[in-house]
Design a protein around this ligand. Sequence first.
Ligand code: MLT
Length: 403
Amino acid sequence: MAKINDNYLKLPGAYLFSTVARKTNEFTESYPDREVIKMSIGDVTKPLAPAVIDAMRKAVDEMGTAEGFHGYGPEQGYDFLRDKIVEMDYKTRGIDIASDEIFVSDGAKSDCGNIGDIFSADNKVAVCDPVYPVYVDTNAMSGRAGEYVNERWSNLYYMPCTEENGFMPRLPEEKVDIIYLCFPNNPTGVAATREQLRPWVEYARENGAVILYDSAYEAFITNPDVPHSIYEIEGAKEVAIEFRSFSKTAGFTGTRCAYTVVPHALKLDGVSLNSLWNRRQCTKFNGVPYVIQKAAEAVYSDEGQKQTKEAIKYYLENAEIIREALNDAGLKVYGGENAPYIWAKTPNGMKSWEFFDKVLEETGVVITPGSGFGPSGEGYVRLTAFSTKENTIKAMKKIKDIL
Ligand code: MLT
């Protein structure tokens, strides 16, 4: 008889955002006339930039001509986009990345999940707590996380990020092999400076560990001491893989385009991880559509840069509105200055889901319970700045009114 991958049976409940969506749908069914404002999943609301749409339109027209038609593209991404990434995201910051170290993909979520394919099931994996659930769940699916007991996976090394440590993880006290880091952080919205990141690169170099660095929110960085790429830290190319995305940077959540950097210098036992990832991608992935990559290329044009930066500014203003409102309401608030996420402590020690339910039922505003990101997230909630300004203001007023 065929057998299933029973690691899936160990997963507790549904994926966090699916549970939030289910609860939201139940609310809408029970109260069809009540307004719902979503400040939960980090999904953008501003339309794609005009420069992006123009490029996409042109590419669509090309696809309808014999000369301009594109079938299967390179699995790693078209050179026109990889070269732009090298030039605009790395060279401008003094980082030397080659275009064949860039792998264009359909999302940082998929890549952060799929990267596990090239690592042995024996690796000891360290994750922040709270954490973006994809890192944890995908390791559980591949049997690397062990058993789920008392809200923790037995084989994962948890690095608590709490008020006491300013939501900055401490270096592992035991030897770990793979370390997921996400800065600016999802969910806490806290960003690591170069000084704070350097010891992680040193740890990885000393221990033969690999850092999986999720930099999906780098476009929101306002503090000049915060690096946009882990490769700004000396020696990182030998120990780190970086994930980037156009989702939050340029509103591509529904358009799907991202990229992962696997430097040639990154080797384990003399084996290049770049060649393993290339092998994996060529086998399991057929590349991002030409039309979408053309749209992503346009993000780097003068107009594209101007327009996408305006959208980021708009979301950061929303973040400020949320920070201010929750502060005024007496909540302790973190993040939101270099990130689109605001991490707030619930009032009167309420549990995360309890506060989620209260806010949904009494205001129609959907937030994310912090406990969904890990045990140390209990007692917190996450709000996103990706709503419209009007809805952000309205939602904050409603929440203030019930606190
Ligand atoms: C989030 O809300 O945490 C993100 O939108 C999830 C994602 O990017 O997949």
